[in-house]
Design a protein around this ligand. Structure first.
Ligand SMILES: Cc1cc2nc3c(=O)[nH]c(=O)nc-3n(C[C@H](O)[C@H](O)[C@H](O)COP(=O)(O)O)c2cc1C
Length: 190
């Protein structure tokens, strides 16, 4: 079957060259949930655990919506669903840590996606400068202080200034097309 060239048209077939007015574009019907889901499944993402602390209570949530923002000041962003317990803690304390998981830590990703009653009861960790947990055996961690916070739809976007970091030589855990993966080697040079 011939592959449809979608590089110059949207999913409804309208040539993108006909859409040159942002306001008009925003008035259009959005793509469906299924179209959104299918497109997002094509992303390959690092898997991280965002940790936070409410006094003695330590929490963590598995996340792929994590990105570097700028090197000056060193900053990152995370996107947190309103349904996540972590959201209220990060909002009130202004602190979180990104724990980038290693390929051998799929069980840790599953654990922190399940709202465990005792999140850190069985997870080896230390406490960082911002009081948030740092999980043992990870690829890298970024300790953050919240600099900005926005709401958009069902999610909160937190921009954090990085106040501490460390890296290891472990290879990262990835999430692609709905399942956990690991790196497969360098891309073809052609
Ligand atoms: C691979 C994967 C990636 C996820 N990424 C995010 C994310 O970026 N943001 C988010 O709010 N939830 C994300 N989730 C869902 C949260 O991990 C899940 O809702 C978790 O239970 C929230 O924990 P909490 O309620 O203890 O904060 C992801 C789940 C999985 C399995």
């Amino acid at each position: 079957m011939a592959q449809r060239d979608i590089s110059r048209s949207n999913t409804r077939g309208t040539p993108l060259t006909e859409i040159n007015d942002t306001d008009a574009l925003l008035q259009r019907l959005p793509v469906s949930y299924e179209e959104f889901r299918q497109a997002m499944r094509r992303f390959a993402a690092n898997v991280s655990v965002i940790t936070c602390a409410d006094g003695e209570y330590l929490n963590g949530m598995t996340a792929t919506a994590v990105s570097g923002v700028t090197a000056d000041p060193p900053s990152v962003l995370i996107i947190v669903n309103h349904s996540a317990r972590s959201r209220a803690i990060i909002k009130s304390t202004g602190a979180f840590t990104i724990n980038v998981l290693a390929a051998h830590q799929q069980a840790v990703a599953i654990h922190f996606a399940s709202k465990p009653v005792d999140p850190f009861g069985s997870i080896a960790h230390t406490i960082g400068s911002n009081r948030c947990p740092i999980i043992d055996g990870i690829v890298a961690h970024l300790e953050c202080a919240v600099a900005e916070h926005f709401e958009f739809g069902t999610h909160s976007i937190f921009i954090g200034k990085i106040v501490g970091t460390n890296v290891s030589r472990f290879v990262p855990l990835l999430f692609h097309d709905g399942s956990y993966q690991r790196l497969g080697g360098a891309a073809d040079a052609r």
